[in-house]
Ligand binder design. Structure first.
Ligand code: PMV
Length: 289
């Protein structure tokens, strides 16, 4: 029996702009998905197309137990975490000897298949490797980890990443003269933020700007605006939508002492708060009996 876990992820900067080759920064966060795999003649496992695909790709049969600290469909990369943790646990239980890169690439192929071509390699890469990652086009580079104190606020408004990406694409076709400069500005802001990565106060201001630009792209939602404003009013350095928007989650960068106050303000606005920080481990072995 082998148990592996994998973390969730947030976008610190650059969502949507990364789809058009601009730079973006994503970060693995502490809440995890834990997956146990056991060789078995009569396999039992949760109904999940991701887990089914993991076994098909690895060519083995086994039972699975999943425990998740991440809400699904919230934009925190839970499907990538389930897929990466399941592949890692299968790899271990059946002594297949695959490296982490192979797990990340296979997880991306699985997400792409299950999501009918609409998957981002960011989620599977960040979740397999952990830490902070700079994304530019198809290239990904791990950045030195920063101890950023963050509170994630889930609006509990479900959203579709595919729909939001399509919406931005439509805006870009209809008004390229407006949409393209906004995407350029997000890219420029991401690079400027990288130069201030060790200064959370500055970083917070860049987050606020990034949020305004995302709203200008049309991916805001009354529920995320409410949580962003509440987080700022209760002491966050800055706050923004994280991920595709149209509901989903926000992220607030906070002084350590303000984290619980910010979380309380988010909960008071009917959001669900997660107090967290960077995860530097990525996919991790928990147990092997
Ligand atoms: O909602 P999420 O966490 O899956 O993030 C989507 C991020 C986008 O930039 C909008 C799309 C992408 O594939 O990068």
């Amino acid at each position: 029996m082998a148990t592996w876990s994998a973390p969730g992820k947030v976008f610190l900067f650059g969502e949507h702009a990364v789809v058009y080759g601009k730079p973006g920064v994503a970060m693995a966060i502490k809440p995890r998905v834990f997956v146990t795999v056991r060789k078995s003649r009569n396999p039992t496992r949760p109904k999940s197309p991701y887990i089914d695909e993991c076994f098909r790709m690895m060519g083995v049969r086994g039972s699975v137990y999943v425990h998740s600290q991440l809400q699904s469909s919230s934009g925190l990369g839970s499907s990538a975490a389930v897929t990466v943790a399941t592949l890692s646990a299968i790899n271990d239980e059946f002594n297949l000897g695959h490296a982490r890169e192979y797990i990340a690439e296979t997880a991306f192929a699985i997400e792409k298949k299950v999501q009918k071509g609409r998957a981002s390699p960011t989620d599977t890469y960040v979740c397999a490797n952990g830490g902070m990652v700079l994304i530019t086009g198809n290239s990904k580079r791990r950045l030195p980890p920063e101890n950023l104190q963050v509170v994630v606020g889930n609006t509990l408004v479900s959203h579709s990443t595919a729909k939001m990406v399509e919406q931005v694409g439509n805006l870009r076709r209809k008004h390229p003269e407006v949409a393209n400069p906004i995407l350029d500005a997000i890219g420029a802001l991401t690079l400027a933020a990288l130069h201030n990565i060790g200064n959370p106060k500055e970083l917070g201001q860049y987050m606020d700007m990034n949020h305004a630009l995302l709203e200008a792209l049309g991916v805001g939602h009354p529920a995320s605006s409410k949580l962003v404003l509440a987080a700022r009013a209760s002491g966050a350095y800055g706050a923004k939508i994280t991920g595709a928007g149209g509901g989903g989650c926000i992220i607030a960068l906070c002084p350590r002492r303000a984290k619980s106050r910010v979380a309380g303000a988010i909960e008071a606005c009917e959001g669900r708060a997660i107090i967290t920080t960077i995860d530097t481990d990525g996919a991790r072995k928990e147990k092997h009996d």
